[in-house]
Write a protein that binds this ligand. Structure first.
Ligand code: IPE
Ligand code: IPE
Ligand code: MG
Length: 243
């Protein structure tokens, strides 16, 4: 029998609940074609939308995409500018996700964005806040160390104000002060683009994640590649320190 268009690659109970993706390799993808790096970002953003839809169709409940790191501000101004404009465009168009029941959450520090972009993030979080089919985390101006430092500061402030005792600081409470509050830990961390590192992405949340690296550059990472990663995930034995 022919495979249905959107059949999950593994049985539902073997699917990762939370998938995180480091969308890497856009620049090299463009360079290989003699095009400017920003063209790679345009293609990468298109691919983001395609894979978001595919993940939703196969029943992924939580997905987080690394779009822009706290370190990416070091890039040339024109590239940073192009990336910000792509975010504006995609947030505006994300209003078709409404029909799709996807809750969009910004993972990152909104303070460094220009006011209009900050507002776009605030609006989309508000407008999609009740949707339950899938949660999509968009990591923009995201850095794990920045996130954890921020959480430590918030908790310290509560202690200072006498609202919290130091001994009441638990792993759960710290988790509740991260951008991923309410999301489960990452089950499957995927990095296309050939590098084998986290680049400051979801360090806390990946404590027991399975890692999947591949050489395919992000604009070419399609639904078949995602299926492959999920099949590999389902084959692994997770022990979480037990036997
Ligand atoms: C990832 O692609 C996108 C961002 C970091 C915003 P890169 O721009 O890092 O592409 P490469 O790694 O240089 O090919
Ligand atoms: C990680 O990619 C950040 C994003 C994909 C948004 P980078 O290209 O910035 O990572 P490094 O510099 O190779 O570690
Ligand atoms: Mg890169």
């Amino acid at each position: 029998m022919a495979k249905k268009k959107y059949e999950p690659p593994v049985p539902a109970d073997m699917m990762p609940q939370h998938i995180a993706i480091i969308m890497d390799g856009n620049g090299r993808w463009a360079k290989k074609r003699g095009m400017p790096r920003t063209y790679g970002h345009v293609q990468g953003a298109r691919n983001f939308r395609k894979l978001l839809r595919y993940a939703r169709e196969i029943g992924v409940k939580y997905i987080s995409f690394y779009a822009f790191s706290t370190e990416n501000w070091k890039r040339p101004d024109d590239e940073v500018h192009a990336l910000m404009n792509l975010m504006r465009k995609y947030l505006k168009e994300a209003y078709d996700y409404f029909d799709d029941r996807v809750r969009v959450v910004l993972l990152g520090d909104r303070e460094d964005f220009e006011a209009d972009l900050r507002q776009q993030f605030t609006d989309i979080e508000k407008d999609t806040g009740e949707f339950e089919k899938m949660t999509a985390g968009i990591a923009a101006n995201y850095g794990s160390r920045h996130e954890i430092t921020g959480a430590a500061r918030q908790l310290a402030q509560l202690v200072k104000e006498g609202k919290l005792e130091p001994e009441d600081i638990t792993e759960e409470l710290l988790s509740d002060h991260l951008y991923t509050k309410g999301m489960p830990d990452v089950d499957l961390m995927i990095r296309p683009g050939g590098e084998q590192r986290l680049s400051n992405f979801l360090l806390w949340q990946c404590a027991y994640a399975e890692f999947y690296f591949c050489d395919t550059l992000w604009p070419d990472f399609d639904s078949k590649e995602l299926d492959k990663a999920i099949v590999e995930f389902a084959r692994r034995t997770r022990r979480f320190g037990g036997l």
